[in-house]
Design a protein around this ligand. Structure first.
Ligand SMILES: Cc1ncc(COP(=O)(O)O)c(C=O)c1O
Length: 383
C-alpha cells in the first residue's frame, strides 16, 4: 500500500539521477527531458555553480526569521527588479506568490473585484484557486473567495464591459500554460493596459511559468512592452529549490506595512543563495539570445512536422514554452506514452495540447534528437 494521498496520477517510473538535460529512471533507462520538472529546471539537472553555492550556504546558515535583515533577499530582489522600480516579497511557491499579489492588490486599492480569465491557472490555494478560471479545478471546494470575475481570454468587448472603478486588478498569464499554451494577443494586452490606467486598476501578470527566461526574455511581459503593477514568479527561480516571489511597483510599498503579510520560510537563506545564482546566470544577453536561437530551431522542426502529420493542428508558444494542438484529443495520452517509451519526456496542457518545456540549457543536438523522436512517433505511428 501507499502512505500517500492519491491526488496525483503518477506514472510507475521513478527518476533517480539527473545530468544536464537528461533523467535516468530506476531501471537505468535515460530520457531526454522536454518537461524541466514542469518548467522548473530551466538550467538543467547539473549546475556545479548551484551545487557549490548551496553547499557553501548550507555550511554557513540555513535559516533566519524574517524579523532580521537578509542581505541575500536584497541581492535577489535587486536582480529581479532588473533596473526597474520593483520591490519583492519572497515566499515558497507559485500559489503563495499569487496569494500575496491578490492581497496586495485588494489592500492597495481598497477594492475587491478581480478579473481573471477562462482556462487560466494560478495555483491550488483558496485565493489562487478562486483566481483560476477552470470550474474543474474549483469543483467540490466551494465556497470560493468571492469577487473573482472570469472573462474569455483575448476578448476585448467583455473586458470593456466588466472593467470598472470597482475593479482592484486584472490578473493574467501572458501565455496560458496549464490551459493549453495560449499566447495573449498584443492588441488585447494594450487594451487591458489602457483600461487599467483609466480606472486605476492594477495589472497583475502571473509569470510563474513564463518568467526566468522561459520565453526568451527574463520576463514575458518585456516582449509586450508593458510594465505590470505586480508580477509573480516561482518555478524556474530556484531551479528546483522551492522559492516564489511577488514583485510590485515601489508605489505599492505602503500597503504591505509590517504585519500585513508574511511567511516563515519565505526568502530563506538556502533558497536565496540559489535564486541569486540562477537569476545571475539566466539574465545575460548571451544566454537569452541562445534561448531565442534554440526556440527558432525547435519551432522550425515542429512546424515541418505539423506539415507532415495530420495529427498536429497547430504549433504555438514563445521561446521554449511550446504547445502542439492535436487534431484528436483522444490520441494525447497515447502520444505522451509513446514518446516516453522512445526516450522523450513531454507534458500535457488542457485536454488537447502536448506541451514542451525543455530546459533552457538544451543543446541544438538534443533538440534534433527530440525532433527525431517526435517524428518517429507522429509520422511512423500514422503508417
Ligand atoms: C501560471 C502558473 N501560476 C501558478 C502556478 C502555481 O504554482 P505552484 O504549483 O508553485 O503553487 C503554476 C503552476 O503550474 C502556474 O503554471
Amino acid at each position: 500500500m501507499s502512505y500517500l494521498f492519491p491526488n496525483y496520477a503518477r506514472k510507475d517510473i521513478e527518476f533517480m539521477k539527473g545530468s544536464k538535460n537528461t533523467l535516468t529512471d530506476q531501471a537505468g533507462q535515460s530520457y531526454l527531458d522536454f518537461t524541466s520538472g514542469i518548467g522548473v529546471m530551466n538550467l538543467g539537472y547539473e549546475v556545479p555553480e548551484l551545487n557549490e553555492i548551496l553547499a557553501e550556504q548550507a555550511k554557513l546558515l540555513w535559516h533566519t526569521p524574517n524579523l532580521y535583515e537578509n542581505h541575500l533577499q536584497e541581492e535577489v530582489a535587486e536582480k529581479l527588479a532588473n533596473g526597474k522600480d520593483y520591490i519583492s516579497y519572497f515566499c515558497n511557491s507559485g500559489a503563495e506568490a499569487n496569494e500575496a499579489a491578490i492581497k496586495l492588490a485588494r489592500k492597495a486599492t481598497g477594492r475587491t473585484k478581480i478579473i481573471t480569465f477562462t482556462n487560466s491557472f494560478h495555483g491550488r490555494t483558496y485565493g489562487a484557486m478562486s483566481a483560476t478560471g477552470q470550474s474543474g479545478i474549483q469543483e467540490s471546494f466551494q465556497p470560493l473567495v468571492p469577487d473573482f470575475v472570469y472573462l474569455p481570454y483575448n476578448d476585448i468587448p467583455s473586458l470593456e464591459q466588466a472593467l470598472d472603478m470597482q475593479t482592484a486588478a486584472v490578473m493574467l498569464e501572458l501565455i496560458q500554460g496549464e490551459g493549453g499554451v495560449i499566447p495573449a494577443d498584443e492588441e488585447w494586452i494594450q487594451k487591458i493596459v489602457e483600461l487599467c490606467k483609466n480606472t486605476r486598476t492594477l495589472l497583475i501578470i502571473d509569470e510563474i511559468q513564463t518568467g526566468i527566461g522561459r520565453t526568451g526574455t527574463l520576463y514575458a511581459y518585456e516582449t509586450y512592452q508593458i510594465e505590470p503593477d505586480i508580477f509573480t514568479l516561482a518555478k524556474g527561480l530556484g531551479n528546483g529549490i522551492p522559492v516564489g516571489a511577488m514583485l510590485g511597483k515601489k508605489a505599492l510599498a505602503e500597503a504591505f506595512n509590517p504585519g500585513s503579510h508574511g511567511s516563515t520560510f519565505g526568502g530563506n537563506k538556502l533558497a536565496m543563495s540559489v535564486a541569486n545564482k540562477v537569476v545571475e546566470q539566466v539574465n545575460q544577453s548571451i544566454f537569452l539570445q541562445d534561448v531565442q536561437e534554440k526556440s527558432k530551431q525547435l519551432f522550425a522542426g515542429l512546424e515541418k512536422l505539423a506539415e507532415k502529420s495530420k495529427k498536429i493542428q497547430a504549433v504555438r508558444g514563445k521561446g521554449l514554452m511550446i504547445g502542439l494542438e492535436l487534431s484528436d484529443p483522444e490520441t494525447l495520452n497515447q502520444i505522451v506514452n509513446d514518446l516516453q517509451i522512445n526516450g522523450l519526456l513531454v507534458l500535457k496542457a488542457g485536454k488537447t495540447v502536448l506541451r514542451l518545456l525543455p530546459p533552457l540549457t538544451i543543446t541544438p543536438t538534443e533538440i534534433d534528437c527530440g525532433l527525431q523522436i517526435l517524428e518517429k512517433v507522429f509520422i511512423e505511428g500514422e503508417k
